[in-house]
Design a protein around this ligand. Structure first.
Ligand SMILES: Cc1cc2nc3c(=O)[nH]c(=O)nc-3n(C[C@H](O)[C@H](O)[C@H](O)COP(=O)(O)O)c2cc1C
Length: 229
Protein backbone atom coordinates (compact mmCIF):
# COMPACT_ATOMS: atom_id res chain seq x y z
CA UNK A 1 0.00 0.00 0.00
CA UNK A 2 1.28 3.45 -0.85
CA UNK A 3 -0.08 6.83 -1.85
CA UNK A 4 -3.44 6.47 -3.67
CA UNK A 5 -3.78 8.06 -7.12
CA UNK A 6 -6.77 10.12 -6.01
CA UNK A 7 -8.61 10.87 -2.81
CA UNK A 8 -12.22 11.50 -1.86
CA UNK A 9 -13.15 15.17 -2.26
CA UNK A 10 -12.95 17.35 0.83
CA UNK A 11 -16.68 17.17 1.56
CA UNK A 12 -17.02 13.41 1.14
CA UNK A 13 -14.01 13.14 3.37
CA UNK A 14 -15.50 15.32 6.11
CA UNK A 15 -18.93 13.69 5.98
CA UNK A 16 -17.51 10.18 6.24
CA UNK A 17 -14.38 10.30 8.41
CA UNK A 18 -15.61 8.06 11.20
CA UNK A 19 -13.65 7.37 14.36
CA UNK A 20 -12.49 3.88 13.37
CA UNK A 21 -10.61 1.91 16.00
CA UNK A 22 -9.89 -1.53 14.54
CA UNK A 23 -6.82 -1.88 12.36
CA UNK A 24 -5.12 -4.34 10.05
CA UNK A 25 -1.57 -5.22 11.12
CA UNK A 26 -0.16 -3.68 7.90
CA UNK A 27 2.52 -1.07 8.62
CA UNK A 28 2.05 2.46 7.28
CA UNK A 29 4.63 3.28 4.58
CA UNK A 30 6.77 6.30 5.41
CA UNK A 31 5.64 8.16 2.28
CA UNK A 32 2.03 7.84 3.44
CA UNK A 33 2.87 8.99 6.98
CA UNK A 34 4.88 11.87 5.59
CA UNK A 35 1.92 12.99 3.48
CA UNK A 36 -0.30 12.92 6.56
CA UNK A 37 2.06 15.18 8.52
CA UNK A 38 2.91 17.40 5.58
CA UNK A 39 -0.82 18.17 5.32
CA UNK A 40 -1.34 18.38 9.10
CA UNK A 41 1.22 21.15 9.49
CA UNK A 42 -0.57 23.34 6.90
CA UNK A 43 -3.04 24.13 9.72
CA UNK A 44 -3.30 27.59 11.27
CA UNK A 45 -1.90 28.37 14.73
CA UNK A 46 -1.89 31.47 16.94
CA UNK A 47 0.64 34.00 15.59
CA UNK A 48 1.67 31.20 13.25
CA UNK A 49 3.82 29.88 16.07
CA UNK A 50 3.54 26.26 14.88
CA UNK A 51 4.57 24.91 18.24
CA UNK A 52 2.95 21.57 17.47
CA UNK A 53 5.32 18.65 17.76
CA UNK A 54 4.27 15.11 16.99
CA UNK A 55 5.84 11.89 18.17
CA UNK A 56 5.12 8.80 16.07
CA UNK A 57 5.01 5.99 18.59
CA UNK A 58 5.97 2.67 17.02
CA UNK A 59 8.04 1.23 19.87
CA UNK A 60 6.18 -1.94 20.99
CA UNK A 61 7.17 -1.40 24.63
CA UNK A 62 5.65 2.10 24.71
CA UNK A 63 2.53 0.93 22.89
CA UNK A 64 2.08 -1.88 25.41
CA UNK A 65 2.31 0.69 28.22
CA UNK A 66 -0.40 2.69 26.47
CA UNK A 67 -2.53 -0.45 26.39
CA UNK A 68 -1.99 -1.06 30.10
CA UNK A 69 -2.92 2.53 30.90
CA UNK A 70 -5.94 2.55 28.62
CA UNK A 71 -7.26 -0.58 30.31
CA UNK A 72 -7.01 1.33 33.59
CA UNK A 73 -8.77 4.30 31.99
CA UNK A 74 -11.53 2.03 30.68
CA UNK A 75 -12.03 0.59 34.16
CA UNK A 76 -12.15 4.05 35.66
CA UNK A 77 -14.34 5.90 33.12
CA UNK A 78 -16.51 3.03 31.90
CA UNK A 79 -16.55 0.90 35.05
CA UNK A 80 -20.08 -0.33 34.32
CA UNK A 81 -18.96 -1.88 31.03
CA UNK A 82 -15.51 -2.92 32.23
CA UNK A 83 -17.12 -5.01 34.97
CA UNK A 84 -19.91 -6.31 32.79
CA UNK A 85 -18.99 -6.21 29.06
CA UNK A 86 -22.30 -7.89 28.12
CA UNK A 87 -24.10 -4.71 29.22
CA UNK A 88 -22.82 -3.15 25.98
CA UNK A 89 -25.08 -5.52 24.01
CA UNK A 90 -28.14 -3.94 25.60
CA UNK A 91 -27.36 -0.45 24.26
CA UNK A 92 -29.01 1.01 21.13
CA UNK A 93 -27.17 -0.05 17.94
CA UNK A 94 -25.02 3.03 17.27
CA UNK A 95 -23.92 3.33 20.90
CA UNK A 96 -23.26 -0.39 21.03
CA UNK A 97 -21.06 -0.38 17.92
CA UNK A 98 -19.17 2.67 19.04
CA UNK A 99 -18.49 1.33 22.55
CA UNK A 100 -17.48 -2.08 21.20
CA UNK A 101 -14.91 -0.35 19.01
CA UNK A 102 -13.61 1.68 21.97
CA UNK A 103 -13.40 -1.51 24.03
CA UNK A 104 -11.51 -3.21 21.19
CA UNK A 105 -8.97 -0.40 20.96
CA UNK A 106 -8.50 -0.30 24.73
CA UNK A 107 -7.38 -3.93 24.64
CA UNK A 108 -5.41 -3.72 21.37
CA UNK A 109 -3.68 -0.36 21.29
CA UNK A 110 -0.38 -2.21 21.80
CA UNK A 111 -0.67 -3.68 18.31
CA UNK A 112 -1.86 -0.60 16.39
CA UNK A 113 0.68 0.27 13.63
CA UNK A 114 1.34 3.76 15.03
CA UNK A 115 0.07 6.04 17.77
CA UNK A 116 0.62 9.75 17.19
CA UNK A 117 1.22 11.89 20.25
CA UNK A 118 0.32 15.55 19.59
CA UNK A 119 2.11 18.06 21.79
CA UNK A 120 2.49 21.82 22.07
CA UNK A 121 4.19 24.44 24.23
CA UNK A 122 2.69 24.73 27.71
CA UNK A 123 0.99 28.08 28.35
CA UNK A 124 2.03 29.51 24.99
CA UNK A 125 -1.50 30.36 23.79
CA UNK A 126 -4.46 32.08 25.46
CA UNK A 127 -6.77 29.45 23.97
CA UNK A 128 -4.90 26.22 24.62
CA UNK A 129 -5.66 23.56 22.08
CA UNK A 130 -6.82 26.12 19.53
CA UNK A 131 -3.38 25.99 17.97
CA UNK A 132 -3.00 22.21 18.06
CA UNK A 133 -6.39 20.72 17.18
CA UNK A 134 -6.66 22.32 13.72
CA UNK A 135 -3.51 20.35 12.84
CA UNK A 136 -4.93 17.25 14.50
CA UNK A 137 -8.09 17.53 12.40
CA UNK A 138 -5.99 18.03 9.25
CA UNK A 139 -4.12 14.90 10.26
CA UNK A 140 -7.33 12.88 10.71
CA UNK A 141 -8.80 14.05 7.40
CA UNK A 142 -5.55 13.41 5.53
CA UNK A 143 -5.35 9.95 7.04
CA UNK A 144 -8.89 9.22 5.92
CA UNK A 145 -8.14 10.52 2.40
CA UNK A 146 -5.18 8.14 2.17
CA UNK A 147 -7.20 5.07 3.18
CA UNK A 148 -6.05 5.15 6.79
CA UNK A 149 -8.20 5.84 9.81
CA UNK A 150 -7.68 7.16 13.27
CA UNK A 151 -9.37 8.83 16.19
CA UNK A 152 -8.44 10.76 19.26
CA UNK A 153 -7.92 8.31 22.11
CA UNK A 154 -7.07 9.78 25.47
CA UNK A 155 -7.67 6.93 27.87
CA UNK A 156 -3.92 6.41 28.49
CA UNK A 157 -3.43 10.07 29.41
CA UNK A 158 -4.20 9.49 33.07
CA UNK A 159 -0.49 8.55 32.99
CA UNK A 160 0.47 11.70 31.15
CA UNK A 161 3.61 12.42 33.20
CA UNK A 162 4.97 8.92 32.76
CA UNK A 163 4.31 9.10 29.03
CA UNK A 164 6.13 12.45 28.85
CA UNK A 165 9.09 10.79 30.51
CA UNK A 166 9.05 7.77 28.21
CA UNK A 167 8.93 10.02 25.13
CA UNK A 168 11.56 12.35 26.64
CA UNK A 169 9.33 15.37 26.15
CA UNK A 170 10.79 18.60 27.55
CA UNK A 171 8.87 20.05 30.52
CA UNK A 172 7.80 23.20 28.67
CA UNK A 173 5.68 21.00 26.39
CA UNK A 174 2.41 19.25 27.05
CA UNK A 175 0.50 16.40 25.51
CA UNK A 176 -2.80 17.33 23.84
CA UNK A 177 -3.96 13.99 22.54
CA UNK A 178 -3.08 10.54 21.27
CA UNK A 179 -4.19 9.33 17.83
CA UNK A 180 -3.89 5.63 17.01
CA UNK A 181 -3.81 5.24 13.23
CA UNK A 182 -3.62 2.42 10.72
CA UNK A 183 -5.46 0.77 7.85
CA UNK A 184 -8.95 0.12 9.18
CA UNK A 185 -10.82 -3.17 9.05
CA UNK A 186 -14.14 -1.27 9.32
CA UNK A 187 -15.34 1.03 6.58
CA UNK A 188 -15.65 4.77 6.62
CA UNK A 189 -19.20 5.98 6.15
CA UNK A 190 -21.57 8.80 7.01
CA UNK A 191 -21.12 10.21 10.50
CA UNK A 192 -24.25 11.02 12.46
CA UNK A 193 -24.44 14.39 14.11
CA UNK A 194 -27.08 16.66 15.59
CA UNK A 195 -28.72 18.71 12.83
CA UNK A 196 -27.39 22.17 11.96
CA UNK A 197 -30.65 23.77 13.12
CA UNK A 198 -30.06 22.47 16.67
CA UNK A 199 -26.59 23.92 17.01
CA UNK A 200 -26.48 27.07 14.87
CA UNK A 201 -28.37 30.21 15.87
CA UNK A 202 -28.95 33.49 14.10
CA UNK A 203 -27.87 36.67 15.93
CA UNK A 204 -29.02 35.47 19.35
CA UNK A 205 -28.78 32.33 21.44
CA UNK A 206 -31.41 29.80 20.38
CA UNK A 207 -32.88 32.14 17.75
CA UNK A 208 -33.59 29.82 14.83
CA UNK A 209 -31.96 30.25 11.44
CA UNK A 210 -34.88 29.82 9.01
CA UNK A 211 -32.82 28.32 6.18
CA UNK A 212 -31.47 25.56 8.44
CA UNK A 213 -34.97 24.86 9.77
CA UNK A 214 -36.02 23.82 6.26
CA UNK A 215 -33.16 21.38 5.73
CA UNK A 216 -33.41 17.65 6.45
CA UNK A 217 -32.27 16.49 9.88
CA UNK A 218 -29.53 14.36 8.32
CA UNK A 219 -28.24 17.45 6.53
CA UNK A 220 -26.75 17.18 3.07
CA UNK A 221 -24.83 13.94 3.57
CA UNK A 222 -26.43 12.42 0.46
CA UNK A 223 -24.88 15.16 -1.71
CA UNK A 224 -21.43 13.98 -0.79
CA UNK A 225 -22.02 10.34 -0.04
CA UNK A 226 -24.87 9.11 -2.21
CA UNK A 227 -26.18 5.64 -1.27
CA UNK A 228 -24.18 3.08 -3.28
CA UNK A 229 -26.23 1.45 -6.10
C1 LIG B 1 -11.00 15.87 22.52
C2 LIG B 1 -11.45 14.47 22.14
C3 LIG B 1 -11.17 13.41 22.98
C4 LIG B 1 -11.54 12.11 22.64
N1 LIG B 1 -11.19 11.09 23.47
C5 LIG B 1 -11.50 9.81 23.15
C6 LIG B 1 -11.09 8.72 23.98
O1 LIG B 1 -10.45 8.89 25.01
N2 LIG B 1 -11.44 7.47 23.61
C7 LIG B 1 -12.13 7.23 22.47
O2 LIG B 1 -12.41 6.06 22.18
N3 LIG B 1 -12.52 8.25 21.63
C8 LIG B 1 -12.22 9.52 21.95
N4 LIG B 1 -12.58 10.56 21.10
C9 LIG B 1 -13.26 10.25 19.82
C10 LIG B 1 -14.77 10.51 19.89
O3 LIG B 1 -15.38 9.57 20.72
C11 LIG B 1 -15.32 10.41 18.46
O4 LIG B 1 -14.69 11.39 17.68
C12 LIG B 1 -16.82 10.66 18.44
O5 LIG B 1 -17.46 9.64 19.14
C13 LIG B 1 -17.37 10.71 17.03
O6 LIG B 1 -17.22 9.45 16.40
P1 LIG B 1 -17.70 9.26 14.86
O7 LIG B 1 -16.96 10.30 14.09
O8 LIG B 1 -17.31 7.86 14.48
O9 LIG B 1 -19.17 9.48 14.84
C14 LIG B 1 -12.24 11.86 21.42
C15 LIG B 1 -12.52 12.94 20.56
C16 LIG B 1 -12.12 14.23 20.90
C17 LIG B 1 -12.41 15.36 19.93
Amino acid sequence: MSLPESDPGLFENMYTARALRRFKPDPIPDEVLFQVFDAAIRAPSGQNVQDWRFVIIKDPAVKMKLQEWSTEGWQRYQSRFAENPEAIDELPRSQRLSLRSVEHLVHNVGSVPAVICATGLKGRHSTPGGSIFPAVQNLLLSARALGLAGSIFNFPLSHRDELMEMLELPENNEIYCLIPIGYPTDRHGPVNRKPVKKVVFLDRWENTWPFAEEQPDEGWTSRWFPPRQ
